[in-house]
Design a protein around this ligand. Structure first.
Ligand SMILES: Nc1ncnc2c1ncn2[C@@H]1O[C@H](COP(=O)(O)OP(=O)(O)OP(=O)(O)O)[C@@H](O)[C@H]1O
Length: 231
C-alpha cells in the first residue's frame, strides 16, 4: 500500500481517506491493483429481539476483502436476521454495522442471494441479469449463465424453470451486480454436489478479492474452502 501526500487542490488519485490541515492524505493502490483493496464490514455487538425473543445476542464479526465466512446454525437460529442487519434491512436493538477502508459509499454494496429467489418471474434468466446490471447485454448475461445452467433454460420465463436452475440464476445475478461483497443465504439449496462445486468455482472466480459470506445450516459442501472461520 502506498500513501501519497499532496496539496488539496491537486487531486492525484481517487481514494481520499483523510484531510489533515491543508494536506490531503490520499491512500492509493499501485496500478489500481485489486489485491490491495481493503474493505471491512464490521458488525459489532449485534442484538435483535423479535416478539420478545432474543434472536441475536451480542454477535460480533468482520468481513474483510479476501475473507470467506460461513455463517451456520440450525433452523431459526437467526442467520437470515443477521444478513438483514448487515445489509441494513433491519435495525438491531443493540450494536452497529460500520464500513471501514476503501468504501466509496456509506452503505453495504452487496451482491446478494436471498433465502427466497426474488426473481422477476415472467422475465427470462438473461433479463433478470440485465435488470441488475445494465452494462450487460443479454448475450453477455447468457454467457455468464451458461457457466451454471443449460442453454435450454435461456429465453424462457424463470417461473417455468426447475428449482435448482432458478437457484443458479440467483447466484449468477448476485455475482453480476456491481458490488463490494457477496452475501449468499442458502445459495446451493437443491443443487447436486457436482453442481454445487461448479457454483463455488464460479463464485470464487467472480468474487476476486471481495469478501464472501455463505449462510447455511451446516458447512456441508463448503469443503472447497480451507481455514474456514465459523461464526
Ligand atoms: N418478523 C419476525 N417477527 C417475529 N419473529 C421473527 C421474524 N422474523 C424471524 N423471526 C423469528 O426469528 C428467529 C430467527 O429467524 P431467522 O429467519 O433469522 O433464522 P434462520 O437461522 O435464518 O432460520 P432458517 O435456517 O430456517 O432460515 C426464528 O425463530 C423466526 O421465527
Amino acid at each position: 500500500m502506498i500513501y501519497i501526500l499532496s496539496a488539496p487542490t491537486i487531486f492525484i488519485v481517487e481514494y481520499c481517506t483523510a484531510q489533515v490541515g491543508s494536506l490531503q492524505i490520499t491512500k492509493t493502490r499501485k496500478c489500481i491493483n485489486l489485491q490491495e483493496v481493503n474493505m471491512t464490514i464490521e458488525a459489532k455487538n449485534i442484538t435483535v429481539n423479535l416478539d420478545g425473543k432474543k434472536v441475536l445476542d451480542n454477535v460480533t464479526f468482520e468481513i474483510s476483502s479476501d475473507d470467506t465466512w460461513a455463517v451456520t446454525g440450525p433452523e431459526g437460529s437467526g442467520k437470515s436476521t443477521l444478513v438483514d442487519v448487515v445489509l441494513g434491512l433491519r435495525k438491531p436493538d443493540k450494536g452497529y454495522v460500520s464500513l471501514l477502508g476503501d468504501y466509496k459509499y456509506d452503505r453495504v454494496n452487496a451482491g446478494v442471494v436471498f433465502q427466497e429467489d426474488r426473481l422477476c418471474e415472467y422475465f427470462s434468466a438473461e433479463e433478470n441479469i440485465v435488470l441488475v446490471n445494465n452494462r450487460y447485454s443479454e448475450r453477455r448475461a447468457a454467457q455468464e449463465l451458461e457457466m451454471l445452467i443449460d442453454t435450454k433454460y435461456l429465453g424462457r420465463p424463470v417461473c417455468e424453470l426447475p428449482e435448482d436452475v432458478r437457484r443458479c440464476i440467483c447466484i449468477v445475478r448476485a455475482c453480476c451486480i456491481p458490488s463490494d461483497v457477496l452475501i449468499m443465504d442458502e445459495p446451493f439449496r437443491g443443487l447436486t454436489p457436482e453442481k454445487r462445486k461448479t457454483a463455488i468455482d464460479f463464485i470464487k472466480e467472480a468474487a476476486g478479492h471481495k469478501g464472501i459470506v455463505y449462510v447455511q445450516r451446516t458447512t456441508e459442501g463448503l469443503e472447497a474452502y480451507k481455514n474456514f472461520r465459523l461464526a
